[in-house]
Design a binder for this molecule. Structure first.
Ligand code: EPZ
Length: 416
């Protein structure tokens, strides 16, 4: 089991390059299943989840070639229409092969993802949407078995805003017969990036980024070349790290327009933010001021940034309230932060953090991807040494994080 050893107390200074977005790359990799032509992708991040998804697609028969930063995928010879439990249990985003497989091949067998650390995370909305498009779906032995001669366009209303639910059904609708309207659709930028890729492949999609997306199905999609958007959560994570530890950093290859809520909260905490063409700079020369956050679907405050802000609030001046409205169990990092001396009370989906002047380094354990990032941030700002265990969670969604942080002056290293 690999761990990270962090010597706290160093400020972060310098430039860091932001990688391609994990949550755009994962659905876009699955979009390769929608055509027999080659899909060329630039800026695909080097992450464990991306490697897992590549493995799954190759298992199905997708040929994948990677040279430098270009990834080429070709689903001309698909032999298997299945996503097995072993794959799906480690990465629930594998559910994203369901829509494309049913849309292009008329059949799919995808394991139910099961729950994960942050919540039960059902996929009922994905299934309901495909049934509305005419798919026959049976759940047997833990697998979703879907069949459809050809999907038909339908009007689908999401009871809950679902990012991958919107993405799965948008991909399915791209090849359906007729028009599909997705209402109460997710507005996340990663949904827009997927839509842009599908449109480049010949899909007819309007309204991505709004809560109503119209898709006119076409017979076939063709190959395209698409550049994966920058990762807004990686960007936010580095900015919060500098706000918590103090410093002066510049993110390159980053987009500020998709981080407005997070940038506003950082300014409220006392950080000075400067935005240019594709850079975001943050200066923090004092103890942060506590900021309240309430997570909600985009463009509100992202749930994937909740844990990181909690780490900053542990050291801030004043008290903060953190309300998690998306997932029912996304406070796993609280116990670990308390080991560093943080003062946090949790009542249901609300955490109240009383800021402390300092945190003491300790050995702590990562439980999920963004909780791991939170613990790294706390370790950077704590006094003394912090050992973060189970950092395989971190490697799922952050590309070479200790190298990037060392490049900013952090005293951090990987130990066996
Ligand atoms: C996506 O997960 C992201 N993952 C998550 O990022 C992110 O936290 C989440 O959206 C919310 O923004 C990817 O994009 C690969 P949802 P997703 O469907 O699509 C409930 C990370 O750290 N729901 O938007 O699985 C669900 O339980 C990860 O990068 C249903 O009830 O999330 C949750 O409470 C973590 N039925 C809420 O909706 C469904 O069929 C939002 O879930 C689908 C969802």
């Amino acid at each position: 089991m690999q761990k990270l050893a962090i010597q706290g107390g160093s400020r972060l200074n310098g430039e860091v390059r932001i990688s391609g977005a994990k949550n755009a790359a994962l659905p876009i990799l699955c979009a390769s299943l929608l055509t027999s032509d080659t899909l060329q992708l630039d800026n695909v991040p080097d992450l464990n989840d991306v490697a897992t998804m590549r493995g799954l697609l190759q298992e199905m028969g997708v040929s994948i070639a990677v040279s430098d930063a270009l990834m080429e995928l070709c689903a001309a010879n698909i032999g298997k229409l299945e996503a097995p439990y072993e794959m799906v249990k480690t990465m629930r985003a594998a559910i994203l092969v369901l829509g494309p497989l049913v849309a292009r091949f008329g059949e799919a067998r995808v394991s139910l993802p099961g729950g994960c650390a942050i919540g039960s995370r059902p996929v009922d909305l994905h299934i309901k949407g495909l049934q509305a498009m005419g798919a026959e779906i049976h759940i047997e032995h833990g697998y979703i078995h879907a069949k459809a001669k050809r999907l038909k366009g339908a009007r689908i209303f999401f009871d809950l805003v679902s990012v991958t639910g919107t993405e799965n059904l948008m991909m399915a609708a791209a090849l359906a017969d007729g028009v599909t309207v997705l209402e109460n659709a997710a507005r996340e930028p990663e949904v827009v990036d997927l839509a842009n890729c599908l449109i480049a492949m010949g899909a007819k999609i309007e309204g991505a980024g709004s809560d109503t997306i119209n898709i006119i199905g076409v017979e076939k999609l063709h190959g395209a070349r698409h550049r994966i958007m920058p990762d807004r959560i990686e960007s936010g994570t580095f900015l919060v790290a500098a706000a918590a530890a103090g410093g002066d950093i510049t993110l390159t290859g980053a987009r500020a327009d998709i981080l407005e809520n997070v940038l506003e909260k950082l300014q409220e905490a006392g950080a000075a933010i400067q935005v240019a063409e594709n850079t975001i700079s943050l200066k923090m020369n004092r103890r942060p001021t506590a900021v309240n956050v309430r997570t909600a679907p985009y463009p509100a405050f992202p749930t994937d940034m909740q844990a990181q802000f909690m780490a900053m609030n542990c050291l801030a001046e004043g008290n903060a309230m953190v309300v998690e409205t998306i997932f029912e169990n996304r406070f796993m990092h609280v116990q670990e932060l308390r080991r560093l001396g943080a003062q946090i009370d949790v009542e249901g989906n609300t955490a109240v953090i009383r800021g402390c002047a300092e945190l003491q380094g300790a050995t702590i354990m990562a439980t999920d991807l963004r909780a791991s990032a939170c613990l790294v941030i706390a370790g950077l700002a704590a006094q003394g040494e912090t050992i973060v265990d189970r950092i395989y969670h971190l490697d799922r969604g952050y590309e070479h994080i200790e190298a990037k942080l060392s490049g900013l002056g952090a005293n951090i290293g990987r130990i066996k």
